[in-house]
Ligand binder design. Structure first.
Ligand code: TRP
Length: 457
């Protein structure tokens, strides 16, 4: 078959691709979402189950997404449709791309709100700083922010505008440069914060909380959340990674690249946990307090550490950049798909961005004006997050891995992966055909209580 070539050019190097995919993967999911869901689900067993999901489900699906993306070299909808037909299956595989775009809308709608909180904290750290503030005062800062919908709407607007700006210009310009500097700087700063937690926090308590597993306490719902977190943090299941794979030059090893990204992403999340929980425990805070966790713990570290006044703004600026590069990855598949129907990228990014922005108001108001609205026991924000992260992403990932393992023939996948048909290839194919899809299904059935009804657990 004649190889397709990318319509938007290629990444300038393998490193550029690694950086772009890690830019999408590493974001609020690692530093904001992972610690708070781990805290809400009791740490330990939840964390280990999450790591298991990352390597057993996430890694083979990441490889599958990049592979399908490079095979199709189009936007995710067109790619799934074209490769599906080419493999003698159906063009309706394009619907997986459509579902992915909807998941991206839902996720970006709240992602941008949290991006706005990050801007607020960058503002605090630049103006008054946190130095000398007590835990109570830092808590007050956060609750005052949450109670101010006008301010959050404004910041959400700024964050969304920044995202629309880059996506409207075309992702390949700018993103590479941004991430190339961002990743090393973020890792350096996390290293500094980690040494603070080791020295000043309850580090052994934090390690215990994160890694001491009590599997009896792992509920089916927690398992679903851990799996959802694995998809969320790796940007999987919605075609985002597929869109980046479309720009990948031939001859770059997909499996090694994916492994590197998965490893870096997981280490960053675990380090974020190792920074946050020692501070939580040393200050008698509640690990299960929810989405405010990072915003109420890290300022405490900055308030008492040497040079905290200087490091705080640097940290929140880096977190903002990390969130920004992820938000770009969330909007890109939708922008690219609609753009190819003959509309300009700028106008498409703007229109879609405004729709997502409006959806984001639900999240904002769920922390203040509409805090009393509960659906299925959760707030509006929790429902949007749960539907997108825990249901739609794993479902998308399931379909993608079935496509890569069952619809694509052996010749196509081994040719595209370029690793022959040896043990490496066979391992991937086994994981993609059997282990990943069955695991996702089992977690779904377990969460729905069906395994229990059948008397299997
Ligand atoms: N992975 C990002 C994070 O951890 C969030 C994200 C970016 C994402 N793109 C995505 C999640 C695509 C799911 C799908 O912050």
């Amino acid at each position: 078959m004649a190889k397709r070539t990318s319509l938007h050019g290629f990444w300038s190097s393998r490193l550029a691709f690694v950086l772009a995919v890690s830019g999408s993967a590493v974001g609020l999911g690692n530093i904001w979402r992972f610690p708070f869901v781990a805290g809400e689900n009791g740490g330990g067993a939840f964390v280990l189950f999450y790591v298991l999901c990352v390597f057993v489900i996430g890694l083979p699906i990441m490889i599958s997404e990049v592979m399908i993306g490079r095979r199709g070299r189009r936007n995710p909808i067109a790619t799934m449709r074209i490769v599906g037909e080419e493999e003698g299956s159906h063009s309706s595989w394009g619907l997986v791309g459509v579902m992915g775009i909807v998941s991206g809308f839902l996720i970006l709608s709240f992602y941008s709100v949290i991006g706005g909180w990050t801007i607020a904290y960058l503002g605090y750290s630049l103006t008054n700083g946190f130095s000398g503030l007590s835990a109570g005062e830092i808590h007050g800062l956060f609750s005052t922010l949450l109670a101010d919908p006008v301010k959050i709407v404004a910041l959400h607007t700024v964050f969304m505008a920044l995202t629309i700006l880059i996506v409207g210009r075309g992702v390949e310009r700018g993103l590479e440069t941004l991430v190339r500097f961002l990743m090393p700087a973020l890792i350096l700063l996390l290293g500094l914060l980690l040494s603070y937690s080791i020295l000043a926090g309850d580090f052994s308590g934090g390690v215990n909380f994160l890694f001491r597993a009590d599997f009896d306490a792992l509920t089916p719902e927690s398992m679903l959340t851990a799996m959802g977190q694995a998809f969320f943090t790796l940007s999987l299941g919605m075609g985002a990674i597929m869109a980046y794979g479309a720009y990948l030059p031939e001859g770059t090893s997909i499996s090694r690249t994916s492994f590197a990204v998965v490893l870096v992403d997981t280490i960053i999340a675990l380090v974020a946990g190792l920074i946050i929980f020692p501070i939580v425990l040393a200050n008698g805070l509640d690990p299960a307090q929810g989405p405010g966790l990072v915003f109420e713990t890290l300022p405490l570290a900055f308030s008492s550490m040497p040079m905290g006044g200087l490091l705080a703004p640097v940290f929140f600026a880096l977190l903002l950049f990390a969130a920004w590069t992820s938000a770009i990855g969330l909007l890109e598949p939708a922008a690219w798909s609609v753009e190819s129907h003959g509309r300009s990228r700028r106008s498409v990014a703007l229109v879609i961005g405004v729709v997502i922005w409006a959806l984001g108001l639900l999240t904002i108001f769920s922390f203040n004006l509409l805090a009393d609205v509960r659906i299925l026991g959760g707030s509006l924000f929790e429902n949007v997050d749960h539907l997108a992260s825990n249901v739609m992403l794993p479902l998308g990932g399931l379909l993608i891995t079935v496509f890569a393992g069952w619809v694509m023939c052996k010749n196509s996948s081994s040719e595209e992966l370029g690793i022959g048909t040896g043990p490496g290839y066979r391992t991937w194919r086994f994981l993609a055909r059997w282990v990943a899809p069955i695991s996702v299904l089992l977690v779904f059935l377990h969460a729905a209580g069906i395994l229990g009804i059948l008397g299997l657990v």
